[in-house]
Each structure stands twice: as C-alpha cells, then as structure tokens.
Design a protein around this ligand. Structure first.
Ligand code: SAM
Ligand code: DTB
Ligand code: SF4
Length: 329
C-alpha cells in the first residue's frame, strides 16, 4: 500500500467524511491504523503537561467551561501566576517525562501587558529545553508574532464543533473570530494546535463538520486535540447526555485518516474512560495525550495510571523535537 492512499488533502467534502464514519467499525479502525503506521511509529505517544496560568472569571460564555464568569461552577478565580511558579511547574513536568508544556489562560484575548508576562514564561520554559504551547484566547497578528519571537512552538485555539452547531455552545465570539486567530498563529510561523469537544449534544454531521473545517484549513493543524466533554456542574452542559464511546473512537479514526500527519491528541475526558477505550483510541490513531493529574481545572487520569497503561500497551513516550532536551519517561 502506498502513502498516496492517505494523501494530505484540504478539499474534504461532508459526504465522503460521512462515508468514512459509516463504515463498519473494524474497517474504519483498520484503515486508520494503516494510515497511522505510514506516518508515525505506532507505539509512540507524545506527552504534554497542562498548567492553568490564569484561572476563572472569563467573560466568554462557552457552555462547557468551568471558567466562564457567567456560570457558578464553584471555581475560585486566581490571578495570572508568577513566572517563577510557572517555570517550577514546567521543570517538574519535564522531570516527570513530559516533552511539551502547555500554558492555558482563561481570557477572551490577552491584554498586551498580560502578554508581556506570558512572553517571559515562554522564554524561560523554552530555555529548559521543553516544547512550549500557549492557549490564551484570540490573538492579534502582532501578538502571535511576539509569541513566535519568544520561542513559542504551538498555539492552541480550538474550533470546538461545526459552524452549524457552534451557536448552541458559544455566543460571545464567532467561528470567524476563531479562524482568524488560527490564521494569525499560522502566519506568524507558530505550529497550530486546534481541535474540538465531543459529547456536547452535537450530531455526527457536526463531528464531520468540525473535522472538515480543521482539515480544510490552508495547512492541517500540526496537533488536533479531540476532547470528550468533561461535564462541569453549574455549566449549561453540566448534565449533557454522554456520547457513545465508540462514536468517540470513530471520530479519532476519521481525524487520523483526514489529517494523516497531524498528532491527534486524546485530550480531556480520559479520566472517565476505561483503559480499553483509551487503547481503542490509540489503535484508531491517537498519538498524543495530556499527562499529569490535572487538566486546566478538572482532574486528568493520574500519572501513575498512565505509566502503567503505557507499560501494558508497550507504548513509549515520543522523544522531543530536534534541539530540545529529552529527559526520562
Ligand atoms: N480561554 C482560552 C480559549 O478558550 O481559547 C484558552 C483556554 S480553554 C479552557 C481551552 C479549550 O479547552 C477550549 O477551547 C475547549 O475546547 C477545552 N475545554 C474547556 N472546558 C472543557 C470541558 N469541560 N471539557 C472538554 N474540553 C474543555
Ligand atoms: C484542549 O483541547 N484541551 C485542553 C487544552 N486544549 C488546553 C483543555 C481541557 C480542559 C478540560 C477542562 C478543564 O480542566 O477545565
Ligand atoms: Fe473562557 Fe476559554 Fe473557558 Fe471559553 S473556554 S469560557 S474562552 S476560558
């Protein structure tokens, strides 16, 4: 089988994506695994650790989010962390085996004086030899360029769902706004991390629509986080009906086939997934995870448990990019 069977394309149509989804499960997983093996070491998983550098009091109304000021999730707001505390957390994450450190901030968009601090964080975390990622809301072109000059590797900004379903979830910023920020990050030379959330009550056509948006960007995101909704009490989606886990696996598989060279990240929601479900996601082509006991504000699968799962599956944490330091794992 030649690699051309899974070409990098930017012209995906909803009908053909739906056909991918509708295949028998085994056929879909076989295809995804073939695509995965043609592009990656099938037994390597990239490991990132998250830190929320600024918590809560966000003006946006994202219906899933514990950090929106509009919902009472019981979360205590916290101001932007000190640079030293962030660097200490990054050092710890590196010692624990993470190759990338992702800093998240509950902002609609950063003020320039906040960005000054984030720039320092990026410079110092990059100096440790770790890959860096920031997610801090909408960016102007100049802000993206500043982050790139600071040594930032990835900017995370999710499309979350299809354009059609988006208005059911968020009303305070548009889909266009999100695409614009992705453009600013891409044009500044940052690697783009963009994906979405499943289990928000969307239909399969919305999952297909999300993947179409991501894959039809001028360049595929280098990293595609697929989050399973973590229902947070007090938010509008706090009691959303859970998604069929096999539909989650199908979505991972279709993402793998549509974006053959992207890292597909099995992101939020792992804490409530069985080992067997996570294993199916790896088989479907997921090859990146968030590692560490906490995501941004909610619990993650524990580091001990993940190490044991990797051992049972024979999975190795992937080495970091050239020029970065690889530590233990
Ligand atoms: N405030 C910035 C923004 O929204 O662009 C950055 C932080 S925000 C929390 C990062 C992403 O986390 C969101 O875009 C969303 O996809 C994901 N996320 C937030 N809450 C979630 C939840 N309860 N379950 C799953 N994913 C969630
Ligand atoms: C992404 O797609 N998922 C991460 C990261 N990017 C920033 C965040 C998940 C957040 C889960 C809910 C929480 O912990 O607040
Ligand atoms: Fe704010 Fe980001 Fe949460 Fe939306 S997802 S409410 S922008 S922190």
């Amino acid at each position: 089988m030649s690699t051309s069977e899974f070409p990098v394309r930017n012209n995906w149509q909803i009908d053909e994506i739906t056909q991918l989804f509708e295949q028998p499960f085994n056929d879909l997983l076989f295809q995804a695994q073939q695509c995965h093996r043609q592009n990656f070491d099938a037994n390597e998983v990239q490991v990132s650790t998250l830190l929320n550098i600024k918590t809560g009091a966000c003006p946006e109304d994202c219906s899933y989010c514990s950090q929106s000021v509009r919902y009472d999730s019981g979360l205590e707001r916290e101001k932007l962390m000190d640079v030293d505390a962030v660097v200490a957390a990054a050092r710890q994450a590196q010692a624990d085996g993470a190759s990338r450190f992702c800093m998240g901030a509950a902002w609609r968009s950063p003020r320039d004086r906040d960005l000054d601090v984030v720039v320092k964080m990026v410079e110092e975390v990059a100096a440790l030899g770790m890959e860096t990622c920031v997610t801090a809301g909408m960016l102007t072109d100049r802000q993206a360029e500043r982050l790139e000059r600071a040594g930032l590797d990835y900017y995370n900004h999710n499309l979350d769902t299809s354009p059609e379903f988006y208005g059911e979830v968020i009303t305070t910023r548009t889909y266009e706004d999100r695409l614009e920020t992705l453009g600013h990050a891409r044009d500044a030379g940052l690697k783009v991390c963009s994906g979405g959330i499943l289990g928000m009550g969307e239909a399969r056509k919305d999952r297909a629509g999300l993947l179409a948006q991501l894959a039809n960007l001028p360049q595929h995101p280098q990293s595609v986080p697929i989050n399973m909704l973590v229902p947070v009490a007090g938010t509008p989606l706090g009691d959303a009906d859970p998604l069929d886990p096999l539909e989650f696996v199908r979505t991972v598989a279709v993402a793998r086939i549509m974006m053959p060279k992207a890292y597909v990240r099995l992101s939020a929601g792992r804490e409530s997934m069985s080992d067997e479900l996570q294993s199916l996601c790896f088989l479907a082509g997921a090859n990146s995870i968030f590692y560490g006991d906490k995501l941004l504000t909610t619990a993650n699968a524990s580091a001990d448990h993940d190490q044991e799962l990797f051992r049972r599956l024979g999975i190795r944490p992937s080495q970091v990019a050239e020029g970065k330091v690889a530590l233990t794992a």
